[in-house]
Write a protein that binds this ligand. Structure first.
Ligand SMILES: [Zn+2]
Length: 59
């Protein structure tokens, strides 16, 4: 197996700001479900059925 460099962390593109963001330790267990780069983007995202639960929890 090859050594992995820190720059090779997985990345995703935020659908709100269209910027790529990298894996963060706090998402360790939740990376599959992470879609937005930040709380702000998540709130600005168009509401989808599977996001309502999260939004109602925030407010
Ligand atoms: Zn974003």
């Amino acid at each position: 197996m090859k050594m992995r460099e820190k720059s090779e962390l997985p990345t995703k593109t935020c659908p709100v700001c269209k910027r790529p963001f990298a894996w963060r330790r706090k998402w360790e267990r939740d990376w599959e479900n992470v879609r937005y780069c930040s709380e702000r983007c998540r709130r600005e995202a168009p509401k989808a059925a599977d996001e309502r639960a999260e939004v109602s929890r925030l407010f």
